[in-house]
Design a protein around this ligand. Structure first.
Ligand code: SF4
Length: 209
């Protein structure tokens, strides 16, 4: 994959890595998003969490926030765009969740893996932070003395190495969606718990309208 010059290839987002192909298809085709109200609230809390933690990573540890990246493959006919939450030698991806996972989500690993590939870094971190109306109250209790290892309640981190085969799988996933897009053929959806949070739920579950 190359990483310069834009020439109008199909654009995917790193945050879409290994997520529901149908959802990506709907976005590419320009269907309007309809976010459920409870998701909006969570998204806002997530943004606030990113802001508070990002401020610490930037001020105290000199990380750059929202580092933009593009990986491009003319051969496959698409680009992957992303913004790394925090970057300095290695990427840190921050995820606000209502409950902390025991193991990282596959699609979060795939997203971080794209950043690792772009940065040519051997490893990076996934920081899971419990969502709260006032994120300061969670982040204020964290111990950064062993940074980038961070400890504390309502927080979990995973140190993740670059995974070449996961990157290949991610490219394959995007390529499958690209083919569906070009053929105007609706791909199969994941129909998982993630449908609750999907802005295109109204298309997959029209009877609920
Ligand atoms: S509602 Fe579910 S199956 Fe349909 S696009 Fe969204 S995530 Fe995919």
């Amino acid at each position: 994959m190359e990483s310069d010059e834009n020439d109008g290839l199909l654009e995917f987002y790193a945050s879409e890595a290994l997520t529901c192909p149908r959802r990506i298809y709907f976005r590419l085709k320009g269907y309007p998003e309809r976010w459920p109200e409870f998701v909006r609230v969570r998204l806002n809390q997530g943004v606030n969490t990113h802001n508070v933690l990002g401020e610490i990573l930037s001020r105290r540890f000199g990380f750059e926030l929202e580092t933009p990246l593009v990986l491009r493959s003319r051969k496959l006919g698409f680009e992957i765009h992303g913004r790394i939450d925090a970057f300095k030698d290695f990427p840190i991806e921050i995820k606000g969740k209502t409950s902390l996972p025991r193991v990282p989500y596959d699609y979060h690993l795939a997203q971080l893996n794209i950043y690792l590939r772009w940065a040519e870094a051997d490893y990076g971190y996934l920081y899971y932070v419990k969502l709260h109306e006032r994120p300061e109250s969670i982040i204020g209790k964290l111990d950064f003395s062993d940074f980038p290892i961070v400890k504390g309640p309502n927080f979990r981190l995973f140190e993740v190495p670059y995974d070449k085969s996961l990157f290949k799988e991610t490219l394959k996933h995007f390529y499958t969606v690209k083919k569906a897009y070009e053929r105007d053929k609706l791909p199969r959806g994941h129909f998982s718990y993630a449908c609750r949070f999907c802005p295109y739920r109204y298309l997959c579950y029209p009877d609920e309208e």
